[in-house]
Every structure is written in C-alpha cells, then in structure tokens.
Design a protein. Structure first.
Length: 319
C-alpha cells in the first residue's frame, strides 16, 4: 500500500519535472481526450433538445468519454508495480498540472505590457481568456491575465495536487478530465446550457474544497487580513462558487482591484469588483504568478513535514 510520504514525494517529483520541462508541446493526452469529447458531444448534442433530455444526454456523454480513461488509470494500479507504478504516478500528476505553462502564458502578457506593446499584450491574453481581448485597455489586459493566473492556479495546480493526495492516480485523472469537460461544455449558451450542466456541476463539486484551500493559501502568502476580508465580503457576489473565493482572496492578497465590467463577444458583462487597491498592471500578473508558485512550495513543504513526522511517529510508516 502506498504511504503518505511516497505520495508527497510523487508530488514533489511531478512539480520538479514540470519546472524542468514544462508540459508537452505535442501529443498531450488531454488534446486527444478533447478530440474524443468533441466527437461524443457532436453525436449527442446535434439537435435542439428539451432541457431535461439535454441534461441527461450531457450526463451520458460525460460518462462515455470519462469512463474508459478512468478505467485505464485504475487498471494501471494492478498492471504496474514497483518503480514503473511510481513513474506512472509522477507522469500522471505532471500531465494533470501546468505550473510552468501557466507562468509562461502570464509572462507573455506582462512582458508585452512592460515593453509598451499593447497589441501584443492583447494578442497574448486572448490565448488564455475568453473575453474580447481587442476591446481591453492595458489595465483590462493586466486584470484578465491576473484573474486567469489566480483561477487556473486553483484549477490546474492546487486541485490536481489535492486530488492525487486524496485519491491517487484515478483521483487526479478524474479531476483533470471533468475540469477539461467543464472548459469545453460549461458555457451558458443555447448549445451547452443544459448539455454541459452535469460536467459543470461535477467540476464545481470536485473543486469546492481545493478552491477554498487555495484561497486560504493566497491569503496566508499576501496581505492576509485584506485577503480574508475580501473573501468574506466579495466571494458570494461572484457567479462561480469556486472562482469567487479564489479570486477575491487572491486580489486582496495582492492589494489590487480585479473583476468589474468585462467585454465579451456578445457584449459587456457586468461583474462584481474583487479585492481592494489600485487597478491591475504588469506587476500584478507577476505577483499572481509568484503567489501560485509560492503556494505550491508552501503546500509541498507542509506536506513533507507532516509526512516525515508521521513516518517518525509510526515506525515503518514509510515502508
């Protein structure tokens, strides 16, 4: 049986691998999963459906695309052993998270803003957010990128670590697949309003606790009192139950104002204001990246201390 210490060391190795090589540029398994999900969605969501039928078809599509991959993750526990199983776990956590990739996307925006190249900054932020980048001011670009760093830090990094530690390789695989489906099907438009609801609600459920642990992490590593105050007062005003705590605490920790009206293809979306302080800038993006990175180091440090303490208190606990 795998011990807590081994699981923590797997996380450390995965983070180190991500830092050294980043995410695969080609042949990423999630890209293949995305194509498979698109085929399933096209086959089951091709015609207008009644709300209840669309919801059921969305749940069916989720099961169809997730079950084979999850079954493979479970089967690997029985097929592999020793070092091969450890390598598979490290690879699984590495592929599920994207700490270095997140920072690279954010720094592409902050570097362009620092250089005074607003057009390039808008182009770069358009790769990571769904809002109308061409309509953003420089401050809007910085805010969009900062929000993306904070929210995706929770979804793509901290939640992956959480679910691996809680449920091993099947746990982190399930989380990443459901999170990917939410990103693909979670839109509130006529096509996905009901079809994507099952995946979206399951993603909300799986991210509920990790999001709040992430918000607490951001608060501890920044302006703690302001972050906790913003979290308490502002999180419930956000339309996402998990992004609200993460971004309000993150904005408060950084001492900046995020949120507010944002342009999308279908018009301006009025959003609540998050945080407290001046507007966002290139430095805010860098601060958000640092907050995520320092948070990961804090998690790994605390987990290592706990794992070593447990193995010392319980003789043979690491064997």
């Amino acid at each position: 049986m795998e011990t807590f210490l081994v699981a923590v060391l797997v996380c450390v190795a995965a983070v180190a691998l991500d830092w050294l090589v980043g995410e695969p540029r080609r042949w990423h398994p999630l890209a293949g999963f995305g194509r498979w999900a698109s085929v399933a969605e096209a086959g089951l969501n091709g015609q207008p459906q009644a709300a209840a039928r669309s919801l059921c078809l969305g749940a069916l599509a989720t099961a169809i695309v997730v079950t084979p991959v999850l079954a493979l993750a479970v089967a690997l526990q029985f097929w592999l052993g020793g070092w091969l199983w450890l390598v598979a776990q490290v690879a699984g956590v590495w592929l599920a998270m994207s700490l270095r990739g997140l920072a690279e996307h954010g720094r592409a925006v902050s570097a362009a803003l620092t250089a005074g190249d607003g057009d390039q900054a808008r182009k770069a932020v358009g790769w990571i957010v769904s809002r109308d980048a061409a309509a953003l001011s420089d401050e809007g670009v910085a805010a969009a990128a900062s929000e993306s760093m904070l929210e995706n830090g929770a979804d793509a990094v901290f939640s992956s670590l959480f679910w691996y530690l809680l449920a091993g390789l099947p746990g982190v695989v399930l989380h990443r697949l459901i999170n990917t489906l939410d990103a693909m099907w979670g839109y509130r438009n006529s096509r996905f309003l009901y079809f994507g609801r099952f995946a979206a609600r399951l993603d909300d459920l799986m991210n509920w606790l990790p999001a709040r642990l992430t918000a607490l992490t951001y608060a501890l590593l920044g302006s703690t009192r302001v972050a906790l105050r913003c979290w308490r007062a502002q999180a419930r005003t956000w339309d996402s139950p998990n992004a609200g705590p993460v971004m309000s605490a993150g904005a408060g920790a950084l001492g900046v104002t995020l949120g507010g009206p944002a342009p999308y293809a279908n018009g301006i979306k009025e959003r609540p204001v998050l945080g407290r302080g001046p507007g966002a800038s290139a430095a805010t993006i860098e601060g958000a990246i640092a907050l995520v990175q320092r948070g990961v180091m804090l998690w790994l440090s605390v987990l290592l201390v706990l794992a070593l303490a447990c193995s010392w208190v319980v003789p043979g606990g690491a064997g």
